[in-house]
Design a protein around this ligand. Structure first.
Ligand code: ZN
Length: 216
């Protein structure tokens, strides 16, 4: 698992330098031939090397062997996503704008964004609206993972991102690059919404008045 471990360390450092993993927060994982490889608990994500990630069981979330590193405390969120969505990479960050925006959706259980060009970054059938699930931030991470599982199984094919209220953002995809792109789009979208004070961007009129007909 050296290749995936090196990529995990490198991508973690990218997220750390973006200010999305303050202290020792945040965690990244990938599906490997062996199982799920995840960043360790209680270590700065700016300083990881290829020996730090921990191999865990996708069903039980437990590590394959007792090593010096413990797997992330939020491992069960990752393994739930692998089991439910069949994705190959998961990124969980405590990025500031997504975390700030998540508090606004705490009561309704979701945040809706409309009209922003960035919504196209999620590859949805309807790129005009993005509805992001917002989960409650229970003290027991297991309970968040249970809510996540219930929510995703109920919603079916929602967007490949979610928020945990007052906590952070999670995205998943076919590889780490894609999951990172998605969390990056979500963070930028939340930043725009907070800067403009609106999660709905103005939409251009449907009839294009420019260049639509020969002048007499
Ligand atoms: Zn977290």
């Amino acid at each position: 698992v050296t290749g995936p471990a090196i990529e995990l360390a490198r991508r973690s450092r990218e997220c750390y330098l973006l200010g999305w993993m303050p202290g020792t927060a945040g965690n990244l994982s990938v599906r490997t031939e062996q199982d799920v490889l995840i960043t360790p608990s209680g270590v700065s994500k700016g300083d990881l090397d290829s020996t730090d990630p921990v191999l865990v069981d996708v069903q039980t979330s437990l590590p394959h062997s007792e090593g010096t590193r413990r797997p992330s405390a939020e491992t069960c969120l990752h393994t739930a996503l692998y089991r439910i969505t069949g994705c190959s990479a998961v990124v969980h960050v405590h990025s500031p704008y997504a975390t700030a925006a998540s508090a606004q959706g705490a009561n309704e259980g979701s945040l809706s964004f409309t009209g922003y060009e960035l919504i196209k970054g999620f590859g949805l059938h309807n790129p005009d609206e993005l509805v992001v699930p917002v989960l409650s931030n229970w003290t027991a991470v297991r309970r968040i993972a249970q809510d996540l599982e219930t929510r995703l199984r109920h919603d079916g094919t929602g967007p490949p991102v979610l928020l945990i209220a007052g906590h952070g953002a999670t995205a998943w995809g076919a590889n780490l690059r894609q999951a990172l792109d998605r969390v990056e789009c979500l963070e930028a979208l939340c930043q725009l919404a907070l800067l403009t004070g609106s999660r709905s961007a103005p939409v251009a009129p449907t009839v294009d008045s420019i260049g639509t007909g020969a002048q007499p």
